[in-house]
Design a protein around this ligand. Structure first.
Ligand SMILES: Cc1cc2nc3c(=O)[nH]c(=O)nc-3n(C[C@H](O)[C@H](O)[C@H](O)COP(=O)(O)O)c2cc1C
Length: 360
């Protein structure tokens, strides 16, 4: 596969189009946003909250790598307001330690991208996971802040939270408590149990997976473009494009397969839908109800336990990987999902406006 291979797939979106760049242990990561409307007030302070919610070093679950994750606005803003020109946002890497990754010159981490990148490109920056590192998601969070500024005046609110971690499920869903939990979990009792299980698994040198739900309130009916750019198709791609995601559900999701039509259909009344198994999307177009998505996350692949692998010559090898790692992609993935959903909705909102006929 290695001859004449180029790296494609760095851009996402049609009108509000993002292109991310950078590597975990290079100069930094960033995003170019093309198609951002003019006259949106934007300063570096706008990024502080969401970047802090994603950055490592913030919680006991996350990698201790210390990154300030300050967003530099390199272009597209004049006097604190977007001009409509491409926006370039840059986040410098400050605390990269490449030493533990030297071993990856020879052997592949089971569960990670090392093996498939080697097979495809033959040469790649494996330090800190390079291009396939979750560090790239910092750029997405920055783009999500800009997308949020397009959605705010429309009244669209996007909120993500943890509903399961290491087999511990949230039962009491009090969404006002999310920011109080180290895992953005709306159930404080479950959050405490998650802390315990994470602490035990960390001592064992192992890692955990979980499930995050994303709720969109205030999305107008009519977003989504038949047939390949259906809203649910684009949202699923947006979530699936984040590392560790192995499954995406919309509304009743896999549970819908076990319902009859009369159970699954959402009865329509003059005031709206009486239930929401559809998750706010019918025929690939938003129906005005809440959009509900869930993503299933595999455990973090880099673990501190010896595992069987092979080296670049295909010979059997053993690997016990040290270095600074998250125990789970939760909680850092939570703001990444919010950002990706905002990016999709902003793109579809601008698309709907662009294709609206004047007489409508
Ligand atoms: C927020 C977040 C944090 C992550 N942290 C780590 C980490 O510390 N160490 C690691 O090996 N993988 C980490 N990952 C997972 C890898 O990026 C991912 O598993 C890898 O690129 C392989 O891709 P795949 O899981 O989609 O197959 C993280 C992922 C996310 C989304």
């Amino acid at each position: 596969m290695q001859d004449d291979i180029r790296m494609a797939g760095n851009s996402f979106g049609k009108i509000f189009r993002i292109t991310t760049f950078g590597e975990s242990h290079g100069e930094g990561v960033g995003v170019v946003i093309d198609g951002c409307p003019p006259r949106i007030p934007l300063t570096r302070e706008d990024f502080v909250r969401d970047m802090a919610r994603r950055r490592p070093g913030g919680t006991p679950v996350a990698s201790p790598r210390q990154e300030a994750d300050r967003v530099e606005i390199q272009s597209g803003v004049f006097e604190g307001i977007t001009t409509g020109a491409p926006l370039m946002l840059f986040i410098r890497n400050q605390d990269a330690d490449s030493r533990p990754y030297e071993v990856l010159r020879q052997v592949f981490r089971p569960g990670h991208g090392d093996y498939s990148y080697f097979k495809k490109y033959g040469h790649f920056d494996f330090r800190g996971g390079g291009r396939y590192s979750a560090r790239e998601t910092a750029a997405r969070v920055a783009a999500g802040v800009v997308a949020g500024k397009i959605l705010d005046p429309v009244g669209v609110k996007v909120m993500a939270y943890t509903v399961e971690l290491g087999g511990v499920k949230a039962k009491d869903m009090d969404l006002s408590l999310i920011e109080k939990s180290s895992f953005f979990c709306p159930d404080m009792l479950a959050s405490k149990k998650m802390e315990e299980i994470v602490s035990n698994v960390r001592k064992e040198g192992n890692s955990l997976g979980g499930i995050v739900e994303i709720l969109v309130k205030g999305c107008p009916a009519g977003l989504g473009e038949p047939v390949f750019d259906k809203l649910d198709a684009d949202l699923a791609k947006a979530l699936m494009s984040v590392g560790t995601v192995k499954g995406v559900e919309i509304g009743a999701g896999f549970e819908a397969a076990r319902l009859t039509g009369s159970e699954n259909n959402d009865p329509i009344a003059p005031g709206g839908f009486r239930s929401n198994h559809a998750g706010g999307i019918l025929g690939g177009i938003s129906n005005g109800d809440d959009i509900v998505l869930r993503a299933a996350l595999k455990p973090i692949p880099s673990i501190n336990l010896e595992q069987d692998t092979i080296d670049r010559q295909g010979e059997p090898s053993k690997l016990k990987f040290t270095g600074r790692h998250d125990i789970a992609s939760i909680p850092r993935i939570v703001p990444v999902f919010e950002a990706m959903v905002k990016i999709v909705l902003a793109d579809h909102y601008l698309c709907a406006k662009a294709t609206q006929s004047k007489g409508h």
